[in-house]
Design a protein around this ligand. Structure first.
Ligand SMILES: N[C@@H](CCC(=O)N[C@@H](CS)C(=O)NCC(=O)O)C(=O)O
Length: 204
C-alpha cells in the first residue's frame, strides 16, 4: 500500500498514526504541495479532489481520511479500532461524522487565521479568529462531557480517538488552551504518549 501525504497535513497525520498503531506495511509518498503536485493530472487521476491523504492499495484508490482509517482498521479487525458489533461500529461512525461535519471545520477556522495566515504572510482576521475559537470551545465542551470518567471516546481505544485528537496537535500555535477542559487535556496527553501518534507528528 502507498499513502500520498504531506508531513504538515492534519488529515494525513491521523492516517500515519493508525498505520503505525496497526503495524501495516504502507509506503509514504510525500507530495510537494508548494509545487502543486496534488493538482497534477497524474495525481488527480488518483484523487479528483487533488488532496492528501490518498491511499493506493493494489490499484484501488481511496480518499477522505476517515474512510481511509476505516479501510485500514478493517484489514486488522482484531485490533478493535473499528468494532464489528452494531452499537460499537455506529458509535465510531458517529464520532467520525462529527469530526468531518463539526470539529474539523471549527478547528480549521482557527488554524486558518493563525498557522495558515502566517504561512501566507497575511495578518490574522481577529473577528474570524474569535468566532472560530468560540466554536472550538463549544466542541471541546462536548468532548469534555463525554470523556468524564472515560479513557477514550467510546470507552476503549478506537479510530474515533485518532481522528479527533489529530485536530489538536497544533493547539499551541492555534492559541487553543485546554486548561478549562481537564478531561480533554488528559485524553490528549494519553493519545500523544502513544508511540504510534508520537512517530506521526509533523517535524515542528
Ligand atoms: N476532508 C479531507 C480533507 C483533505 C484536505 O483538505 N487535505 C489538505 C491538506 S490537510 C490538502 O490536501 N490540501 C491541498 C489542496 O487543497 O490543494 C480528509 O479528511 O481527507
Amino acid at each position: 500500500m502507498k499513502l500520498y501525504e504531506h508531513p504538515f497535513s492534519t488529515a494525513a497525520f491521523k492516517v500515519r498514526a493508525v498505520i503505525h498503531e496497526l503495524g501495516l506495511p504502507v509506503t509514504l509518498v510525500t507530495l510537494d504541495m508548494m509545487k502543486g503536485e496534488q493538482k497534477s493530472p497524474e495525481f488527480l487521476a488518483k484523487n479528483p479532489n487533488g488532496k492528501v491523504p490518498t491511499l493506493e492499495d493494489d490499484g484501488f484508490f481511496l480518499w477522505e481520511s476517515n474512510a481511509i482509517l476505516c479501510y485500514l482498521a478493517a484489514k486488522k479487525p482484531e485490533s478493535g479500532l473499528l468494532p464489528a458489533d452494531p452499537k460499537g461500529m455506529a458509535q465510531v461512525q458517529q464520532w467520525l461524522q462529527w469530526h468531518a461535519t463539526t470539529f474539523a471545520p471549527s478547528t480549521s477556522e482557527v488554524m486558518f487565521e493563525t498557522i495558515y495566515a502566517k504561512m501566507m504572510g497575511r495578518t490574522k482576521d481577529e473577528a474570524k479568529y474569535a468566532a472560530g475559537l468560540e466554536k472550538v470551545r463549544r466542541d471541546l465542551g462536548v468532548l469534555e462531557k463525554v470523556l468524564a470518567g472515560k479513557e477514550f471516546l467510546c470507552g476503549k481505544l478506537t479510530l474515533a480517538d485518532f481522528s479527533l485528537v489529530s485536530q489538536l496537535h497544533m493547539r499551541a500555535p492555534m492559541g487553543v488552551d485546554l486548561e478549562a477542559f481537564p478531561h480533554v487535556k488528559a485524553w490528549v496527553a494519553r493519545m500523544e504518549s502513544r508511540e504510534s501518534v508520537r512517530k506521526s507528528l509533523p517535524p515542528m
